[in-house]
Ligand binder design. Structure first.
Ligand SMILES: Cc1ncc(COP(=O)(O)O)c(C=O)c1O
Length: 378
């Protein structure tokens, strides 16, 4: 193989990237993969057939660039959001990209970057600080309480002190699962001087109202980010989107790459949206399973953090990394987020959840104090 003698250290890498770790949830071939918060149920046969026919229909035009602004898809997404939130949204309120990670990148490219700052409540979604670093945005970590809730008064004080250009609020939060009440989000937006990104990747699993309902009050600040990777069972399709005032989308047009969303992605996502009701029927079952697994883990003596999402953070393990390996040896791939004493499990199929509970009942655990530690993720 060519080039194998060259290492990262030989390359003229930007100084601020030296020593950083890439995002890296393991992709291992084990029987129970419950480490990346996907919907365990594959697309229906009707959706697969519709998607295949849609892709075949547009394939004859693949010599042309796609609709740069993905207008029809954005109309469909606005329709879905309007139906599910009761708030009237139009295509001009919605923007789409290759996964919500790309949406987050575009937001930081437009509103953050060199000389600017972004603040988030940790532990939270690890890509927020990674994308901040990639865009040369200074990251400010505001620690959550030991029960993983946000101390809103402390947050307001830190926001006043640091005046972040971008504030991230993840609700429900990954990896801890809890949501921030709308009233607290309102308080934080009032306190924030700049853009507030509410990352609602797991909104469909929560009974709480969406922050989309607050956009009208804070049109120059609030952006709500969603994804089709979780409840929509479309992680492989890569489709993320946002709801905001049209001016926010005008800003993103300045930084997005032309034709970023391929014709294939637009057609596939449109097909997935046509079958939304069918796909989203799995959400109620996954929520019921989340309740069942929570109760069973509690009964087994585990500490389970209350979750509004399709995953659970649970412990307390005396050595979470060693327990992660024990689960893996038993064919169950969990996520070790580097939170002392805790591991995260995605709610899977009933059989996968049964297997998680079976292995859990065999593992020894002891009480440890949960604190954030600087250790690698697995
Ligand atoms: C809170 C949160 N935001 C965003 C994402 C990114 O999802 P995607 O890029 O697949 O839309 C994830 C994925 O795990 C997440 O947990």
């Amino acid at each position: 193989m060519i080039g194998v003698d060259v290492t990262l250290a030989d390359l003229p890498l930007r100084d601020d990237l030296v020593g950083r770790s890439p995002y890296g949830a393991p992709q291992l071939d084990v029987p129970v993969k419950i480490n990346t918060n996907e919907n365990p149920y594959p697309p229906s046969a009707a959706l697969v057939a519709d998607l295949a026919a849609s892709v075949a229909a547009i394939a004859v035009d693949l010599n042309r660039y796609p609709d740069r602004d993905a207008v029809r898809l954005r109309e469909q997404l606005a329709g879905y959001l309007s139906r599910s939130t009761g708030i009237e949204l139009y295509s001009a309120n919605v923007w789409a990209a290759n996964g919500s990670n790309e949406i987050l990148l575009q937001l930081l490219q437009a509103f953050a970057g060199p000389g600017r700052t972004a603040l988030g409540f940790e532990p939270s979604y690890s890509m927020h600080p990674i994308i901040a670093t990639g865009t040369r945005t200074e990251w400010i970590a505001c620690p959550r309480r030991s029960d993983f809730t946000v101390d809103v008064d402390a947050a307001v004080a830190l926001i006043a002190q640091r005046a972040p250009d971008v504030l991230f609020i993840t609700s429900p939060n990954n990896p801890t699962g809890g949501s921030l009440p709308l009233q607290d989000i309102r308080t934080l937006v009032h306190a924030a001087p700049g853009i507030v990104v509410v990352d609602e990747a797991y909104a469909e699993f929560s009974e709480r109202p969406s922050a989309i309902g607050l956009i009208d009050q804070f049109p120059a600040q609030l952006v709500v980010v969603r994804t089709m990777s979780k409840a929509f069972a479309f992680a492989g399709g890569r489709l993320g989107y946002l709801a905001a005032a049209p001016a926010v989308i005008d800003a993103l047009l300045l930084v997005r790459l032309p034709y970023h969303l391929s014709m294939l992605t637009q057609a596939a996502a449109s097909a997935a949206l046509r079958h939304a009701d069918d796909t989203l029927a799995s959400v109620a079952h996954l929520v019921a399973e989340r309740r069942r697994v929570t109760a069973a883990l509690h009964a087994g003596g585990f500490d389970v953090i209350g979750s509004d999402a399709n995953f659970l953070l649970f412990g307390r393990f005396s050595d979470a990394a060693a327990s992660w390996q024990e689960y893996l040896d038993a064919g169950v791939l969990l996520r070790d987020m580097g939170i002392t004493g805790y591991l995260r499990a995605t709610i899977g199929t009933d059989a996968e959840n049964d297997r998680l509970l079976e292995v859990s009942s065999r593992l020894r655990r002891t009480v440890a104090t949960p604190t954030l530690v600087e250790q690698g993720e697995k």
